[in-house]
Every structure is written in C-alpha cells, then in structure tokens.
Ligand binder design. Sequence first.
Ligand code: PLP
Length: 394
Amino acid sequence: MPRTATVKRLRPQPEFPLDSHPEVSLDFTRVKQYLARHPYKKPVLLVDLEIVRTKARRFQTALPRVRPHFAVKANPDPRVLKALIQEGCGFEIASIAELDLLISLGVPVAEIFYSNPMKSRAYLEYASAKGVEWFVVDSVEEIRKVQSVKADAKMYLRIDAPNIGSDWPLAGKFGAHMNDIPELIQAAVDCKADLAGVTFHVGSQCLNPENWRVGMERARKVFAAMRTVGLSPRLLNLGGGYPVRHVKPIPSIETSAEVINKELRHFGPEVQGIAEPGRYLASDAGYFICRVVGTATRNNQRWMYWDAGVFGGVIETTEGLRYIIYTERDGEPVAWNVAGPTCDSVDVVMRDELLPADLQEGDMIFIKNAGAYTTAYASNFNGFPLPEVATLGS
Ligand SMILES: *Cc1c(COP(=O)(O)O)cnc(C)c1O
C-alpha cells in the first residue's frame, strides 16, 4: 500500500518591525566630559545610572504583568543594583556570592530567584539557610538534589525554547527537552517536590520575538501536564534575552512585549509573571573606554593592541557580537585585527574590523552600549588590572 508522505510545513516566520522606538544610550559628549575631569589611567566602564533606571521603567511599562528580575551576572556593580532596587526590580542569581551581594544591599531574599540550573549542594544549603525559596531545575537529578536540601523548595522547570535569531544562543547546555517533561514531572511527584512553574531562555540578544511565543506555548502545555498530576503551577519566568541596539536593527522591547502580552492572556491570574533581563537593563547605560597600547603591521595585516581584550572585558565580540566603536581619529576606515594586551593567542577581540587608518599608540577607544557582560567577565590574567566602573547620576 502506498504511503502518503507527510509534508512537514515550516511555519512562516512572522516579520517584526525593527527600530520602531528610539533607543537611548549614554551620551558621548558626557563620556568626553568625564574623561576631561578624570584623566585616563586604565580601562573603565562608565555607567549612567539614569539610563539604567529609564530602561527598568520602560521594561515595566511594556510588560505590566511581568516583573523584571535583573540577571546580576550581566553587571554586578552595587550602584547599578541599587538603582534597580529603587526601580522595583527583583533579581536572578547564578551563585551565592551574588546572593550575599544582594543581601548586603537589603534585597528581600524571597524575591531572589536562583536560576542557575546546576547548583552545588553546598550552595543550595547556603542559599536555603539564607531564605531563598525559588530554585530552577532542569533534570531529574537536580529536582532530587534541591528537594533533599530543602523539602519545601519552590521549583521552576527550565524547558528548552527556540534560540533562532539570537546573537548569543544558549540552547543545548540547559533546558529540559519536551520529550523528557513527563518523566521530570513524575520525578517531582514521586519525591513530593513543589514543582511550581516554568522558565526558558530564548538566547541572549534575541532578535526574534517569536521565540518567546513558542516558549510560552510550551510552558502552557507543561502547566497543563503539571495540573493533571495535582501540581499547582503558579510561576511563569520568561528568562532573559531582550536585545539592545548595536550595529544591527532590533525589535524594540515594545515589539517583543506585544507578542508576550498577547500570549500571557492564556495564563490565569494565579500565575505570577517574571522575567530575567540582564543585557537590556545594563548595556545602553555604559561606554567601555580603553586605549591603544600599540600597533603593528604583520604580513600586510594591520594589528592594533588595546589595554583591554578578551580577558579584560571585551569578550562578547568573540561570539560574533559587533559593537559600535568610536575613536577620535577620522582617517579612512580600513580593516584592523584588534587584540588585547596579554600574551595568550586567544586574546583576539576582532578581525577585519573597519576602524580609522590613522589610529595609533595612545589613542582612546570608546565602545558604545557596553554596560553588560564586559567588566563582569574581566580577569587579572597576565597581571593586567581589572577595568574600573565609574558612574554618572544616581
Ligand atoms: C544570563 C541569564 C539571563 C540574562 O540574559 P540576558 O540575555 O542578559 O537578558 C537570564 N536568565 C538566566 C537564567 C541567565 O543565565
């Protein structure tokens, strides 16, 4: 008997408007003014706290049902965290050092979400003793581990969500596959764990709002499966990924919010909505300032060495993120390879980046919208100093 081939149709990807709303960044003239008052000594991230606040308000206005819980790892500077506390944000942590930092700033511990899917038993014990209530899980082992440390822990299940069109995809390392959900739910029931919600992460710098819609659709299915076995799901955590403007046009937060708010109508009032923006709240507020240590021409290629490279905070370029970079030279743009100051061969920031031909030793480099995932990554490797963080406003 002839079999009819089932033709899998790919759902056409909807088009989203790009750059529909103005994005506000730290003003370059204020960066220059800052440097005039504070002579340059070493790489510095200059952060305008007013912009951090503006971004927090804009997020809350766009997504009134979703409380932002800042991903501390994006920028753990206490002044940034304080501004966000005052704007009513909660927090998401990866480690107990981040927990201690938030406690020292007076953040109510019950509002801190422990969203690292892989937590050591020692960290769980510490966080639990300090009063953390919510813990992410994405495997049977982690459900049992969390439950054995804190029997009444509220757990939220991290599920796999599409990372299509994210500049920094995360899928694969974390997130339960939909096929494994029944087993995970059963494991929670068997050990009497309070599996109380769902989360996902669409990938960082996500330019495709459709990923949230699909993630929320999956969350809805998982909620239904949880209810069938008597669990009471009551947390929907939309994770991070909200993009900021660098060289490519982006869907604004209002555009992503339209998709999310529409999908939220399928969730009842018993469901608490939160999100974990990192980049969105911190990037636009900061300029990363560093300096050219020297230049060289090797085999007809121009090389430029900055005093901050992959180990000094400028690392996201290695995964393809492209920053807007300003200098004070106006020579014609030519292709440069840019490296950091260390002796390590992986310390190459960018290849064939178009920058002014006349850049030379001592010139300043200004990296726009670099308030997230820069200083947070920096190390003292090779003995170079950590970049400092300076702030404007309060
Ligand atoms: C890093 C991270 C975030 C923040 O991601 P952004 O892309 O900066 O918004 C949120 N949640 C979790 C679990 C993360 O690991």
